[in-house]
Design a protein around this ligand. Structure first.
Ligand code: C2O
Length: 540
Protein backbone atom coordinates (compact mmCIF):
# COMPACT_ATOMS: atom_id res chain seq x y z
CA UNK A 1 0.00 0.00 0.00
CA UNK A 2 1.15 3.50 -0.82
CA UNK A 3 0.72 6.94 0.71
CA UNK A 4 -0.35 9.71 -1.65
CA UNK A 5 0.35 13.36 -0.84
CA UNK A 6 -1.61 16.21 -2.40
CA UNK A 7 -1.76 19.97 -1.91
CA UNK A 8 -5.17 21.46 -2.61
CA UNK A 9 -5.20 25.25 -2.78
CA UNK A 10 -8.72 26.68 -2.74
CA UNK A 11 -8.67 29.86 -4.77
CA UNK A 12 -10.77 32.20 -6.90
CA UNK A 13 -10.04 31.61 -10.60
CA UNK A 14 -11.56 33.36 -13.62
CA UNK A 15 -13.59 30.76 -15.56
CA UNK A 16 -15.34 31.41 -18.88
CA UNK A 17 -18.51 29.50 -19.75
CA UNK A 18 -21.52 30.41 -21.95
CA UNK A 19 -19.75 33.56 -23.22
CA UNK A 20 -19.27 35.03 -19.68
CA UNK A 21 -16.28 35.03 -17.38
CA UNK A 22 -16.77 34.95 -13.66
CA UNK A 23 -14.57 34.41 -10.66
CA UNK A 24 -15.01 30.77 -9.62
CA UNK A 25 -13.74 28.80 -6.65
CA UNK A 26 -11.40 26.02 -7.78
CA UNK A 27 -8.73 23.71 -6.43
CA UNK A 28 -5.28 24.63 -7.80
CA UNK A 29 -7.01 26.60 -10.55
CA UNK A 30 -8.48 23.38 -12.03
CA UNK A 31 -12.14 22.95 -12.89
CA UNK A 32 -13.21 20.24 -12.32
CA UNK A 33 -10.63 19.78 -9.57
CA UNK A 34 -7.73 17.30 -9.65
CA UNK A 35 -8.49 13.59 -10.03
CA UNK A 36 -7.21 11.64 -7.03
CA UNK A 37 -6.08 8.15 -8.06
CA UNK A 38 -5.36 5.47 -5.46
CA UNK A 39 -5.59 1.74 -4.88
CA UNK A 40 -7.78 0.00 -2.35
CA UNK A 41 -5.59 -0.09 0.80
CA UNK A 42 -3.67 3.12 0.04
CA UNK A 43 -3.64 6.20 2.27
CA UNK A 44 -4.22 9.81 1.36
CA UNK A 45 -2.76 12.94 2.90
CA UNK A 46 -4.41 16.02 1.42
CA UNK A 47 -3.29 19.40 2.70
CA UNK A 48 -5.98 21.98 2.03
CA UNK A 49 -4.91 25.62 1.93
CA UNK A 50 -7.82 28.03 1.94
CA UNK A 51 -7.00 31.09 -0.15
CA UNK A 52 -10.68 31.88 -0.77
CA UNK A 53 -12.66 34.45 1.13
CA UNK A 54 -15.17 31.90 2.42
CA UNK A 55 -14.94 29.18 5.03
CA UNK A 56 -14.49 25.78 3.42
CA UNK A 57 -14.29 22.06 4.18
CA UNK A 58 -13.78 19.09 1.87
CA UNK A 59 -15.77 15.85 2.05
CA UNK A 60 -14.57 12.53 0.63
CA UNK A 61 -17.96 11.35 -0.54
CA UNK A 62 -18.48 7.64 0.12
CA UNK A 63 -15.16 6.97 1.88
CA UNK A 64 -16.02 4.91 4.95
CA UNK A 65 -13.56 6.79 7.22
CA UNK A 66 -13.61 3.96 9.77
CA UNK A 67 -13.25 5.46 13.26
CA UNK A 68 -11.93 8.53 11.48
CA UNK A 69 -14.75 11.07 11.36
CA UNK A 70 -12.17 13.85 11.66
CA UNK A 71 -11.39 13.39 7.96
CA UNK A 72 -15.02 13.23 6.79
CA UNK A 73 -15.51 16.95 6.31
CA UNK A 74 -19.11 18.23 6.53
CA UNK A 75 -18.79 21.63 8.15
CA UNK A 76 -19.97 21.87 11.75
CA UNK A 77 -20.82 18.16 11.69
CA UNK A 78 -17.34 16.58 11.89
CA UNK A 79 -15.19 19.71 11.91
CA UNK A 80 -15.22 23.47 12.12
CA UNK A 81 -14.54 24.96 8.70
CA UNK A 82 -11.11 25.97 7.45
CA UNK A 83 -11.19 29.75 7.64
CA UNK A 84 -9.78 32.04 4.95
CA UNK A 85 -6.00 31.81 5.21
CA UNK A 86 -6.20 28.56 7.19
CA UNK A 87 -5.08 25.02 6.40
CA UNK A 88 -6.13 21.52 7.39
CA UNK A 89 -4.75 18.14 6.34
CA UNK A 90 -7.16 15.30 5.66
CA UNK A 91 -5.53 11.91 6.43
CA UNK A 92 -7.34 8.69 5.68
CA UNK A 93 -7.00 5.16 4.34
CA UNK A 94 -9.17 3.42 1.78
CA UNK A 95 -10.28 0.19 3.42
CA UNK A 96 -12.05 -2.35 1.23
CA UNK A 97 -13.61 0.01 -1.29
CA UNK A 98 -13.01 -0.13 -5.08
CA UNK A 99 -14.54 1.89 -7.89
CA UNK A 100 -15.43 5.55 -8.20
CA UNK A 101 -16.03 8.02 -5.42
CA UNK A 102 -15.49 11.76 -5.41
CA UNK A 103 -14.64 14.72 -3.24
CA UNK A 104 -16.44 18.03 -2.87
CA UNK A 105 -16.66 21.13 -0.72
CA UNK A 106 -19.15 20.65 2.13
CA UNK A 107 -20.35 24.04 3.19
CA UNK A 108 -22.70 26.56 1.66
CA UNK A 109 -22.83 26.15 -2.13
CA UNK A 110 -19.08 25.97 -2.72
CA UNK A 111 -19.46 22.43 -3.97
CA UNK A 112 -21.02 23.80 -7.17
CA UNK A 113 -17.46 24.22 -8.49
CA UNK A 114 -15.15 22.66 -5.89
CA UNK A 115 -15.29 18.96 -6.78
CA UNK A 116 -13.31 16.17 -8.41
CA UNK A 117 -13.04 12.41 -8.90
CA UNK A 118 -11.59 9.95 -6.38
CA UNK A 119 -10.75 6.78 -8.28
CA UNK A 120 -9.97 3.63 -6.33
CA UNK A 121 -8.26 0.89 -8.34
CA UNK A 122 -8.27 -2.74 -7.18
CA UNK A 123 -5.77 -3.46 -4.43
CA UNK A 124 -2.19 -4.33 -5.33
CA UNK A 125 -1.81 -7.61 -7.25
CA UNK A 126 -5.53 -7.86 -7.99
CA UNK A 127 -7.65 -6.90 -10.99
CA UNK A 128 -11.16 -5.78 -11.87
CA UNK A 129 -13.86 -8.45 -11.66
CA UNK A 130 -14.53 -7.75 -15.36
CA UNK A 131 -12.54 -7.55 -18.61
CA UNK A 132 -9.65 -5.12 -18.16
CA UNK A 133 -10.59 -1.95 -20.03
CA UNK A 134 -8.26 -0.54 -22.66
CA UNK A 135 -8.92 3.01 -21.42
CA UNK A 136 -10.89 4.64 -18.64
CA UNK A 137 -12.23 8.15 -18.11
CA UNK A 138 -13.94 10.01 -15.28
CA UNK A 139 -17.19 11.59 -16.57
CA UNK A 140 -18.33 14.18 -14.03
CA UNK A 141 -21.82 15.59 -14.46
CA UNK A 142 -22.40 19.05 -13.07
CA UNK A 143 -24.21 22.36 -13.36
CA UNK A 144 -23.04 25.84 -14.25
CA UNK A 145 -24.56 29.12 -13.11
CA UNK A 146 -23.64 32.39 -14.79
CA UNK A 147 -23.84 34.04 -11.38
CA UNK A 148 -21.94 33.01 -8.26
CA UNK A 149 -23.74 29.93 -6.82
CA UNK A 150 -23.32 31.32 -3.28
CA UNK A 151 -25.36 34.35 -4.34
CA UNK A 152 -27.95 32.04 -5.94
CA UNK A 153 -28.65 30.28 -2.64
CA UNK A 154 -28.40 33.49 -0.59
CA UNK A 155 -31.03 35.09 -2.78
CA UNK A 156 -33.28 32.02 -2.46
CA UNK A 157 -32.96 32.02 1.33
CA UNK A 158 -33.78 35.71 1.44
CA UNK A 159 -37.05 35.36 -0.46
CA UNK A 160 -38.03 31.84 0.55
CA UNK A 161 -38.29 30.78 -3.10
CA UNK A 162 -36.55 27.89 -4.83
CA UNK A 163 -33.08 28.80 -6.13
CA UNK A 164 -32.74 29.64 -9.81
CA UNK A 165 -31.99 26.55 -11.81
CA UNK A 166 -28.56 26.34 -13.44
CA UNK A 167 -27.80 27.90 -16.82
CA UNK A 168 -26.26 24.72 -18.20
CA UNK A 169 -25.67 21.11 -17.30
CA UNK A 170 -22.06 20.08 -17.80
CA UNK A 171 -19.80 17.08 -18.44
CA UNK A 172 -16.32 17.52 -16.94
CA UNK A 173 -17.31 21.16 -16.36
CA UNK A 174 -18.14 21.82 -20.04
CA UNK A 175 -21.72 22.42 -21.25
CA UNK A 176 -20.95 20.98 -24.70
CA UNK A 177 -21.86 21.58 -28.31
CA UNK A 178 -25.53 22.44 -27.78
CA UNK A 179 -24.65 25.66 -25.88
CA UNK A 180 -23.43 28.99 -27.16
CA UNK A 181 -19.69 29.74 -26.91
CA UNK A 182 -19.07 26.15 -25.75
CA UNK A 183 -18.38 24.05 -28.82
CA UNK A 184 -14.57 24.27 -29.02
CA UNK A 185 -14.22 23.19 -25.37
CA UNK A 186 -16.67 20.28 -25.51
CA UNK A 187 -15.25 17.31 -23.59
CA UNK A 188 -13.85 14.64 -25.95
CA UNK A 189 -13.02 11.03 -25.07
CA UNK A 190 -10.62 9.58 -27.67
CA UNK A 191 -11.04 5.84 -28.29
CA UNK A 192 -9.90 3.23 -30.78
CA UNK A 193 -12.08 0.62 -32.50
CA UNK A 194 -12.72 -2.74 -30.84
CA UNK A 195 -11.89 -1.58 -27.32
CA UNK A 196 -13.50 -1.98 -23.92
CA UNK A 197 -13.78 1.45 -22.26
CA UNK A 198 -14.56 2.09 -18.59
CA UNK A 199 -16.53 5.29 -17.99
CA UNK A 200 -16.71 6.46 -14.38
CA UNK A 201 -19.80 8.64 -14.06
CA UNK A 202 -20.16 10.96 -11.07
CA UNK A 203 -23.19 13.19 -10.55
CA UNK A 204 -21.75 16.32 -8.94
CA UNK A 205 -24.80 18.45 -9.83
CA UNK A 206 -26.34 20.52 -7.04
CA UNK A 207 -29.98 20.01 -7.96
CA UNK A 208 -30.50 17.65 -10.86
CA UNK A 209 -30.94 13.92 -11.15
CA UNK A 210 -29.86 12.88 -14.64
CA UNK A 211 -30.57 10.40 -17.41
CA UNK A 212 -27.50 9.53 -19.50
CA UNK A 213 -27.32 7.73 -22.85
CA UNK A 214 -24.64 7.24 -25.51
CA UNK A 215 -25.53 7.23 -29.20
CA UNK A 216 -25.41 3.68 -30.68
CA UNK A 217 -23.59 2.21 -27.66
CA UNK A 218 -25.03 -0.01 -24.95
CA UNK A 219 -23.69 0.48 -21.44
CA UNK A 220 -22.87 -2.33 -19.00
CA UNK A 221 -23.04 -1.13 -15.39
CA UNK A 222 -20.33 -2.80 -13.27
CA UNK A 223 -20.28 -0.69 -10.09
CA UNK A 224 -22.23 1.97 -8.22
CA UNK A 225 -20.93 4.11 -5.33
CA UNK A 226 -17.64 2.13 -5.30
CA UNK A 227 -19.32 -1.26 -4.87
CA UNK A 228 -19.31 -3.76 -7.72
CA UNK A 229 -22.64 -4.79 -9.24
CA UNK A 230 -23.85 -7.74 -11.27
CA UNK A 231 -23.07 -6.58 -14.85
CA UNK A 232 -26.24 -5.06 -16.22
CA UNK A 233 -26.62 -3.84 -19.81
CA UNK A 234 -28.85 -0.89 -20.58
CA UNK A 235 -29.26 1.95 -23.08
CA UNK A 236 -29.88 4.55 -20.37
CA UNK A 237 -28.70 5.10 -16.80
CA UNK A 238 -30.16 7.29 -14.07
CA UNK A 239 -27.78 8.96 -11.67
CA UNK A 240 -28.76 11.17 -8.75
CA UNK A 241 -26.68 13.93 -7.15
CA UNK A 242 -23.97 12.25 -5.06
CA UNK A 243 -24.11 8.91 -6.84
CA UNK A 244 -21.48 7.29 -9.07
CA UNK A 245 -21.89 4.64 -11.78
CA UNK A 246 -19.04 2.75 -13.46
CA UNK A 247 -19.91 1.24 -16.80
CA UNK A 248 -18.25 -0.45 -19.76
CA UNK A 249 -18.85 0.27 -23.41
CA UNK A 250 -17.52 -1.60 -26.44
CA UNK A 251 -16.29 0.54 -29.32
CA UNK A 252 -17.93 -1.73 -31.87
CA UNK A 253 -19.51 0.93 -34.10
CA UNK A 254 -18.29 2.44 -37.40
CA UNK A 255 -15.42 4.88 -36.82
CA UNK A 256 -16.95 8.26 -36.11
CA UNK A 257 -18.11 10.56 -33.34
CA UNK A 258 -20.89 9.77 -30.88
CA UNK A 259 -22.48 11.95 -28.22
CA UNK A 260 -22.78 11.08 -24.58
CA UNK A 261 -25.81 13.15 -23.54
CA UNK A 262 -27.48 13.86 -20.21
CA UNK A 263 -30.67 15.65 -19.19
CA UNK A 264 -32.87 15.91 -16.12
CA UNK A 265 -35.23 13.36 -14.61
CA UNK A 266 -38.02 15.38 -13.05
CA UNK A 267 -41.31 13.79 -12.19
CA UNK A 268 -44.35 15.68 -11.07
CA UNK A 269 -46.77 17.13 -10.23
CA UNK A 270 -46.39 19.83 -9.14
CA UNK A 271 -43.37 20.74 -11.18
CA UNK A 272 -40.82 23.17 -9.86
CA UNK A 273 -38.57 24.93 -12.38
CA UNK A 274 -35.61 22.82 -13.44
CA UNK A 275 -32.68 23.00 -15.84
CA UNK A 276 -34.12 21.44 -18.99
CA UNK A 277 -30.94 21.73 -21.05
CA UNK A 278 -28.95 18.80 -22.48
CA UNK A 279 -25.22 18.51 -21.94
CA UNK A 280 -23.01 16.52 -24.29
CA UNK A 281 -19.50 15.13 -24.58
CA UNK A 282 -18.09 13.30 -27.60
CA UNK A 283 -16.67 9.81 -27.98
CA UNK A 284 -14.28 10.08 -30.94
CA UNK A 285 -12.91 7.00 -32.72
CA UNK A 286 -9.31 7.27 -34.03
CA UNK A 287 -9.16 11.02 -33.39
CA UNK A 288 -11.53 11.53 -36.31
CA UNK A 289 -11.57 15.12 -37.42
CA UNK A 290 -14.66 15.55 -39.51
CA UNK A 291 -17.31 18.15 -40.02
CA UNK A 292 -20.09 15.59 -39.78
CA UNK A 293 -22.12 16.19 -36.61
CA UNK A 294 -21.85 13.47 -33.96
CA UNK A 295 -24.95 11.37 -33.44
CA UNK A 296 -27.23 12.26 -30.51
CA UNK A 297 -28.74 9.45 -28.41
CA UNK A 298 -32.45 9.39 -27.60
CA UNK A 299 -32.95 10.30 -23.95
CA UNK A 300 -36.10 9.35 -22.00
CA UNK A 301 -38.77 12.00 -21.39
CA UNK A 302 -38.08 14.18 -18.32
CA UNK A 303 -40.82 12.40 -16.37
CA UNK A 304 -40.19 8.82 -17.56
CA UNK A 305 -40.73 7.08 -14.22
CA UNK A 306 -41.06 3.63 -15.84
CA UNK A 307 -37.49 3.82 -17.18
CA UNK A 308 -36.32 4.84 -13.70
CA UNK A 309 -38.05 1.86 -12.09
CA UNK A 310 -36.55 -0.57 -14.65
CA UNK A 311 -33.05 0.83 -14.15
CA UNK A 312 -33.32 0.72 -10.35
CA UNK A 313 -34.53 -2.90 -10.46
CA UNK A 314 -31.50 -3.89 -12.58
CA UNK A 315 -28.95 -2.99 -9.89
CA UNK A 316 -27.83 -5.98 -7.83
CA UNK A 317 -24.77 -7.19 -5.95
CA UNK A 318 -22.54 -9.49 -8.05
CA UNK A 319 -23.31 -12.56 -5.92
CA UNK A 320 -25.55 -13.43 -2.95
CA UNK A 321 -24.61 -11.46 0.16
CA UNK A 322 -25.08 -12.07 3.86
CA UNK A 323 -27.73 -9.54 4.87
CA UNK A 324 -27.15 -8.29 8.41
CA UNK A 325 -29.85 -9.32 10.88
CA UNK A 326 -31.81 -9.62 13.07
CA UNK A 327 -32.74 -5.96 13.13
CA UNK A 328 -32.04 -4.07 16.38
CA UNK A 329 -33.17 -0.64 15.23
CA UNK A 330 -36.27 -0.46 13.07
CA UNK A 331 -36.39 3.15 11.89
CA UNK A 332 -38.89 5.03 9.77
CA UNK A 333 -37.94 8.54 8.66
CA UNK A 334 -40.03 10.84 6.51
CA UNK A 335 -38.09 12.97 4.03
CA UNK A 336 -39.58 15.89 2.23
CA UNK A 337 -40.06 19.55 1.58
CA UNK A 338 -42.50 21.77 3.37
CA UNK A 339 -43.59 25.37 3.37
CA UNK A 340 -43.24 27.82 6.25
CA UNK A 341 -45.76 30.60 6.69
CA UNK A 342 -44.31 33.98 5.82
CA UNK A 343 -43.15 35.85 8.94
CA UNK A 344 -45.04 39.11 9.64
CA UNK A 345 -43.89 42.16 7.62
CA UNK A 346 -41.80 39.97 5.27
CA UNK A 347 -42.39 39.19 1.63
CA UNK A 348 -42.01 35.56 0.69
CA UNK A 349 -41.81 34.27 -2.85
CA UNK A 350 -42.30 30.53 -2.25
CA UNK A 351 -45.53 28.82 -3.41
CA UNK A 352 -48.61 30.82 -2.25
CA UNK A 353 -46.34 33.43 -0.62
CA UNK A 354 -44.67 30.96 1.74
CA UNK A 355 -41.05 30.00 2.34
CA UNK A 356 -39.57 26.62 1.44
CA UNK A 357 -38.31 24.41 4.21
CA UNK A 358 -37.46 20.70 4.43
CA UNK A 359 -37.37 18.09 7.15
CA UNK A 360 -36.89 14.51 8.32
CA UNK A 361 -39.52 13.23 10.74
CA UNK A 362 -40.76 16.80 10.82
CA UNK A 363 -37.48 18.17 12.18
CA UNK A 364 -35.69 20.67 10.01
CA UNK A 365 -31.98 20.31 10.73
CA UNK A 366 -30.21 23.32 12.18
CA UNK A 367 -26.45 23.29 11.61
CA UNK A 368 -24.54 24.37 14.72
CA UNK A 369 -22.21 27.36 14.36
CA UNK A 370 -20.06 27.31 17.49
CA UNK A 371 -18.80 23.75 17.55
CA UNK A 372 -18.86 20.66 15.37
CA UNK A 373 -21.16 17.85 16.44
CA UNK A 374 -18.31 15.34 16.48
CA UNK A 375 -16.16 17.52 18.71
CA UNK A 376 -19.09 18.28 20.99
CA UNK A 377 -19.73 14.52 21.28
CA UNK A 378 -16.06 13.71 21.83
CA UNK A 379 -15.50 16.37 24.48
CA UNK A 380 -18.97 16.15 26.04
CA UNK A 381 -19.77 19.81 25.34
CA UNK A 382 -23.42 20.33 26.30
CA UNK A 383 -25.98 22.42 24.45
CA UNK A 384 -24.78 21.71 20.89
CA UNK A 385 -27.24 18.90 20.09
CA UNK A 386 -29.79 16.58 21.65
CA UNK A 387 -30.07 12.83 21.06
CA UNK A 388 -33.85 12.57 20.81
CA UNK A 389 -34.37 12.41 17.06
CA UNK A 390 -37.50 10.22 16.84
CA UNK A 391 -37.37 6.65 15.46
CA UNK A 392 -40.62 7.36 13.59
CA UNK A 393 -42.54 10.53 12.71
CA UNK A 394 -44.27 12.33 15.58
CA UNK A 395 -47.46 12.56 13.47
CA UNK A 396 -48.51 9.84 11.09
CA UNK A 397 -50.42 10.89 8.01
CA UNK A 398 -51.06 9.97 4.41
CA UNK A 399 -47.56 10.87 3.21
CA UNK A 400 -48.39 10.68 -0.45
CA UNK A 401 -51.84 12.26 -0.33
CA UNK A 402 -52.53 15.43 -2.23
CA UNK A 403 -54.43 17.17 0.53
CA UNK A 404 -52.05 17.39 3.40
CA UNK A 405 -52.77 19.59 6.38
CA UNK A 406 -50.72 22.75 6.50
CA UNK A 407 -49.52 21.93 10.00
CA UNK A 408 -47.56 19.02 8.55
CA UNK A 409 -45.38 21.27 6.56
CA UNK A 410 -44.47 23.46 9.50
CA UNK A 411 -41.53 21.43 10.78
CA UNK A 412 -39.63 22.26 13.95
CA UNK A 413 -36.09 23.59 13.65
CA UNK A 414 -33.68 21.58 15.81
CA UNK A 415 -30.29 19.87 15.98
CA UNK A 416 -31.31 16.33 16.85
CA UNK A 417 -29.19 13.19 16.55
CA UNK A 418 -30.30 9.57 16.69
CA UNK A 419 -28.03 7.46 18.93
CA UNK A 420 -27.00 3.99 17.72
CA UNK A 421 -25.29 1.31 19.75
CA UNK A 422 -22.03 0.13 18.22
CA UNK A 423 -22.67 -3.01 16.18
CA UNK A 424 -26.44 -2.73 16.06
CA UNK A 425 -28.26 -3.77 12.89
CA UNK A 426 -30.22 -0.85 11.51
CA UNK A 427 -33.13 -1.05 9.10
CA UNK A 428 -34.24 2.34 7.88
CA UNK A 429 -37.27 3.05 5.72
CA UNK A 430 -37.21 6.54 4.24
CA UNK A 431 -40.65 7.72 3.18
CA UNK A 432 -40.99 10.58 0.73
CA UNK A 433 -43.70 13.01 1.73
CA UNK A 434 -43.62 15.01 -1.49
CA UNK A 435 -45.91 17.71 -0.23
CA UNK A 436 -44.18 20.01 -2.64
CA UNK A 437 -41.57 18.43 -4.87
CA UNK A 438 -41.18 16.87 -8.23
CA UNK A 439 -37.85 15.19 -7.70
CA UNK A 440 -36.62 12.10 -5.91
CA UNK A 441 -34.56 12.69 -2.78
CA UNK A 442 -31.07 11.21 -3.17
CA UNK A 443 -30.39 10.39 0.49
CA UNK A 444 -26.73 10.06 1.46
CA UNK A 445 -25.32 8.59 4.67
CA UNK A 446 -21.78 9.56 5.62
CA UNK A 447 -19.40 6.90 6.97
CA UNK A 448 -21.48 3.97 5.73
CA UNK A 449 -22.43 1.82 2.78
CA UNK A 450 -25.87 0.22 3.05
CA UNK A 451 -27.85 -2.49 1.31
CA UNK A 452 -30.84 -1.19 -0.65
CA UNK A 453 -33.48 -3.82 0.15
CA UNK A 454 -36.20 -2.22 -1.98
CA UNK A 455 -37.76 0.98 -3.21
CA UNK A 456 -41.46 1.36 -3.88
CA UNK A 457 -44.42 3.61 -4.53
CA UNK A 458 -47.00 5.01 -2.13
CA UNK A 459 -47.07 4.84 1.66
CA UNK A 460 -44.74 2.15 3.01
CA UNK A 461 -46.81 -0.76 4.27
CA UNK A 462 -44.67 -2.95 6.54
CA UNK A 463 -46.69 -6.13 5.97
CA UNK A 464 -47.07 -5.91 2.21
CA UNK A 465 -43.81 -4.22 1.29
CA UNK A 466 -41.42 -6.26 3.44
CA UNK A 467 -42.34 -9.19 1.20
CA UNK A 468 -40.71 -7.31 -1.70
CA UNK A 469 -37.35 -6.89 0.05
CA UNK A 470 -34.35 -8.34 -1.76
CA UNK A 471 -32.62 -10.44 0.88
CA UNK A 472 -30.47 -12.19 -1.72
CA UNK A 473 -28.35 -9.77 -3.74
CA UNK A 474 -29.31 -6.15 -2.98
CA UNK A 475 -26.89 -3.47 -4.20
CA UNK A 476 -24.56 -1.72 -1.74
CA UNK A 477 -24.64 2.09 -1.99
CA UNK A 478 -23.96 5.29 -0.08
CA UNK A 479 -26.71 7.36 -1.74
CA UNK A 480 -30.22 6.13 -2.58
CA UNK A 481 -32.96 8.05 -4.34
CA UNK A 482 -36.25 7.94 -2.44
CA UNK A 483 -38.88 7.85 -5.21
CA UNK A 484 -41.39 10.67 -5.58
CA UNK A 485 -44.42 9.66 -3.46
CA UNK A 486 -42.60 6.49 -2.50
CA UNK A 487 -40.07 4.95 -0.14
CA UNK A 488 -36.68 3.27 0.09
CA UNK A 489 -35.67 0.59 2.60
CA UNK A 490 -32.02 0.08 3.57
CA UNK A 491 -30.03 -1.97 6.05
CA UNK A 492 -26.55 -1.62 7.59
CA UNK A 493 -24.54 -2.47 10.69
CA UNK A 494 -23.59 0.52 12.87
CA UNK A 495 -19.93 -0.51 12.94
CA UNK A 496 -18.34 2.92 12.51
CA UNK A 497 -18.26 5.08 15.64
CA UNK A 498 -18.70 8.82 15.31
CA UNK A 499 -21.21 11.42 14.16
CA UNK A 500 -22.44 10.72 10.64
CA UNK A 501 -24.48 13.11 8.58
CA UNK A 502 -27.59 11.86 6.77
CA UNK A 503 -28.99 14.21 4.15
CA UNK A 504 -30.58 14.82 0.80
CA UNK A 505 -27.86 15.44 -1.79
CA UNK A 506 -30.00 18.00 -3.60
CA UNK A 507 -28.28 21.01 -2.15
CA UNK A 508 -31.31 23.30 -1.84
CA UNK A 509 -33.03 20.58 0.20
CA UNK A 510 -29.97 20.24 2.43
CA UNK A 511 -29.85 24.01 2.90
CA UNK A 512 -33.53 23.96 3.91
CA UNK A 513 -32.84 21.30 6.57
CA UNK A 514 -33.43 17.89 4.96
CA UNK A 515 -30.84 16.29 7.23
CA UNK A 516 -30.14 14.60 10.56
CA UNK A 517 -27.18 12.71 11.99
CA UNK A 518 -26.47 9.37 13.61
CA UNK A 519 -24.37 9.30 16.75
CA UNK A 520 -22.71 5.89 16.85
CA UNK A 521 -21.04 4.89 20.11
CA UNK A 522 -17.53 3.46 20.14
CA UNK A 523 -18.26 0.02 21.53
CA UNK A 524 -17.33 0.74 25.12
CA UNK A 525 -20.56 2.51 25.92
CA UNK A 526 -19.41 5.98 25.02
CA UNK A 527 -20.94 8.29 22.47
CA UNK A 528 -17.75 9.45 20.87
CA UNK A 529 -15.16 8.66 18.27
CA UNK A 530 -12.22 6.54 19.36
CA UNK A 531 -9.28 8.46 18.05
CA UNK A 532 -8.33 11.90 19.35
CA UNK A 533 -8.80 14.86 16.98
CA UNK A 534 -5.79 15.81 14.82
CA UNK A 535 -3.76 18.70 16.21
CA UNK A 536 -4.48 20.91 13.19
CA UNK A 537 -8.27 20.43 13.38
CA UNK A 538 -9.69 23.91 12.69
CA UNK A 539 -11.29 25.80 15.57
CA UNK A 540 -14.66 27.49 15.23
CU1 C2O B 1 -21.55 14.22 -0.97
CU2 C2O B 1 -22.72 15.19 2.81
O1 C2O B 1 -22.18 14.76 0.91
Amino acid sequence: AEDHYHDFVIQATPVKRLCHTRSTFTVNGQFPGPTVLVRNGDSLVVKVVNQAKYNITLHWHGVRQLRNGWADGPSYVTQCPIQPGGTYTYRFTIQGQEGTLWWHAHNSWLRATVYGALIILPKEHSTYPFATPKREFPVILGEWWNSNPIDVIRQALKTGAAPNSSDALTINAQPGDLFKCSSPETTVFPVGPGETILLRFINAAMLTELFVSIADHQMTVVAVDASYTKPFTTSVILIGPGQTTDLLIQTNQPAGRYYIAAHAYQSGPPNTPFDNTTTTAIITYNNQITLAKPKLPVLPAYNDTATVAAFTAGLKSPSPVKIPGPVNENLFFTVGLGLFNCPPRKTCSGPNRTRFTASMNNYSFVTPTRQSLLQAAQLGIPGVFTTDFPASPPVKFDYTGNNISRSLYQPIRATKLYPLKYGSVVQLVMQGTNIYASEQHPMHIHGYDFYVLATGKGNFDAKKDTAKFNFVDPPLRNTIAVPVKGWAAIRFVADNPGVWFVHCHIDSHLTWGLAMAFLVENGVGKLQSTIPPPLDLPKC
